[in-house]
Ligand binder design. Structure first.
Ligand code: HEM
Length: 489
């Protein structure tokens, strides 16, 4: 996944250029669906001033979309790519991704896997092997009746976190990011173990803490290698490569050791995810590689998304009050449209993976231009999610925009022109397999926190979004906690 967020004030003020609509060729596609303008005719920055920086790539690309329109081509380092911010063209891209969708993998990881012969899970798999594994895992992760397993595991972990804060009289959440990485991992382990989690979790606590710490470091070190090829870093034995492999080794070994301890416990009465994987005939090695990747994929994505959600709620006390009041009335919080709206809004403004990538399998037409096979397409979620054509008042955190209109017969939302302009989990066959778990986890934990606490933002400096492989706050967030009273509702 590539990363993402916050439009700089100067970039926001740029007028949208005349080229923001798609070229006539797109409209002609009805009569000649496969023919478009030649790719060389696609807008490019040419001599326009501006240099991309790894940490602010989303701002640079956003500026380019404003100058060049919803589809343009640019070179980022050694790579040339087509950038797309039009929601309909983004959907078309997924429609053209083929049977075995291909995405870009982080180069340091690929190099590590090749160098040490490591086999990885779904995110790294390809072709028929990927499809076979995905078909086995989809029912276990995305079926609606999985909801109960997910929700009791998420609730258990959320309540433990809040109880810890209450018991410790916490007034400011110390090292929020690290605590949320641990929370993310605890949840995945609770889902894997099902009802047996409570009995076994205490003995794994130190290992999980160590793993959370290392996964966090893996993302930091991967970000540190964004300006240098991993192969060069390895061949030169640079300190950044040495630190990277130390943390990846520690993460993979600890995750493997945990999974090996969990597998033999998951055959009896336990109703966890691991039991489902064993029962559907997966080999031990397949289980290990898929589960390790779940643990790693869940760590940063959910931890950072919840962090952004807490930030937005802390910055918007009125909305926070409405959400807290809704939570006291709603019996099934997972179905609360307002709370779901909070999560959708946070992921719209701060998509942890601000660029989705696809390598197009065949020649195809995107945005009215004909792309050759193997062309790299990057979908600019940061730009599409903050475009006023898709979301009125796009910079405003406004969860109610996702409520259905009372007169709606076609499922329209109150203040959303095009819901596909925000697709934080991607779309189609290769979209996030952890989506259901991530949503359940975030909603359940928000409910647990807001029931007991009012949260406030204690940072006095401006908080920006920067890319450290994924979208992170530019400085550590300081979130204050005050016990919630009836009068504060
Ligand atoms: C808010 C939280 C999350 C966000 C925003 C997110 C986002 C994404 C996105 C955008 C992709 C697709 C990448 C692509 O199309 O190339 C993806 C893939 C994936 N996600 Fe998530 N994710 C989240 C949570 C999780 C969790 C909790 C898990 C673990 C259970 C998980 C496991 C995976 C895996 C294994 C893939 C690869 C799927 C494949 O290639 O078939 N994600 N995620």
């Amino acid at each position: 996944m590539w990363s993402a967020v916050r439009v700089g004030a100067a970039a926001r003020k740029l007028p949208r250029a005349a080229g923001t609509s798609l070229p006539p060729a797109r409209r002609r596609q009805h009569s000649a669906p496969r023919r478009g303008l030649p790719i060389d005719a696609m807008p490019t920055p040419g001599d326009l001033p501006g240099t991309p920086s790894a940490a602010r790539l989303h701002e640079y690309i956003d500026m380019r979309h404003r100058q060049l329109g919803p589809v343009f081509r640019d070179r980022i380092g050694p790579v040339s790519a087509v950038f797309v911010a039009d929601p309909d063209e983004m959907r078309r891209t997924f429609g053209l991704e083929g049977k075995y969708p291909m995405h870009v993998l982080p180069e340091p990881w690929v190099h590590y896997n090749q160098l040490f012969g490591v086999k990885r899970g779904l995110f790294f798999m390809d072709g028929a092997d990927w499809l076979k594994m995905r078909r086995l895992m989809n029912p276990l992760m995305l079926r609606t009746d999985q909801g109960d397993i997910f929700s009791s595991a998420c609730q258990h972990v959320a309540e433990s976190l809040v109880s810890k804060w209450k018991a410790g009289g916490t007034r400011v959440i110390g090292d929020l990011e690290a605590q949320l990485y641990k929370w993310s991992l605890d949840t995945v382990i609770a889902v894997l173990m099902g009802p047996l989690y409570e009995t076994h979790a205490p003995k794994w606590n130190d290992e999980v803490e160590y793993l959370a710490h290392n996964i966090h470091k893996v993302f930091l070190e991967t970000g540190n290698m964004s300006l240098i090829s991993a192969k060069d870093a390895q061949e030169g034995q640079l300190p950044v490569w040495k630190r990277f492999i130390t943390t990846v080794d520690a993460s993979l070994n600890t995750a493997r050791s945990l999974v090996l301890q969990m597998i033999p416990l998951s055959t009896g009465e336990s109703g966890g995810l691991l039991k489902g994987m064993i029962e559907c005939g997966m080999s031990e090695e397949d289980i290990i590689k898929v589960v390790i990747d779940f643990i790693i994929a869940a760590g940063d994505t959910t931890a950072l998304s919840l962090q952004w959600t807490l930030y937005l709620l802390a910055e918007n006390p009125l909305t926070q009050g409405h959400v807290a009041a809704e939570l006291t009335q709603e019996t099934d919080i997972l179905q609360s449209a307002l709370v779901r709206g909070v999560v959708r809004e946070a992921l719209r403004l701060y998509p942890v993976a601000p660029f989705l990538t696809r390598i197009m399998p065949e020649s195809c037409v995107i945005g009215g231009y004909e792309l050759p096979p193997k062309e790299l397409v990057l979908l600019s979620l940061f730009t599409s999610g903050r475009n006023a054509n898709n979301f009125p008042e796009p910079e405003r955190f406004w969860p109610e925009r996702w409520l259905r209109t009372s007169h709606s017969t076609n499922g329209s939302y109150k203040a959303v022109h095009n819901p596909h302009a925000s697709m934080p989990f991607a779309m189609g066959a290769r979209s996030c397999i952890g989506r259901k778990l991530a949503e359940t986890q975030m909603i359940t934990t928000l409910a647990a926190i807001l029931r007991d606490f009012e949260i406030e933002l204690l940072n006095t400096e401006n908080i920006d979004m920067v890319l450290r492989m994924v979208a992170v706050p530019s400085i550590p967030l300081k979130i204050g906690l005050r016990p919630r009273t009836q009068t504060s509702l």
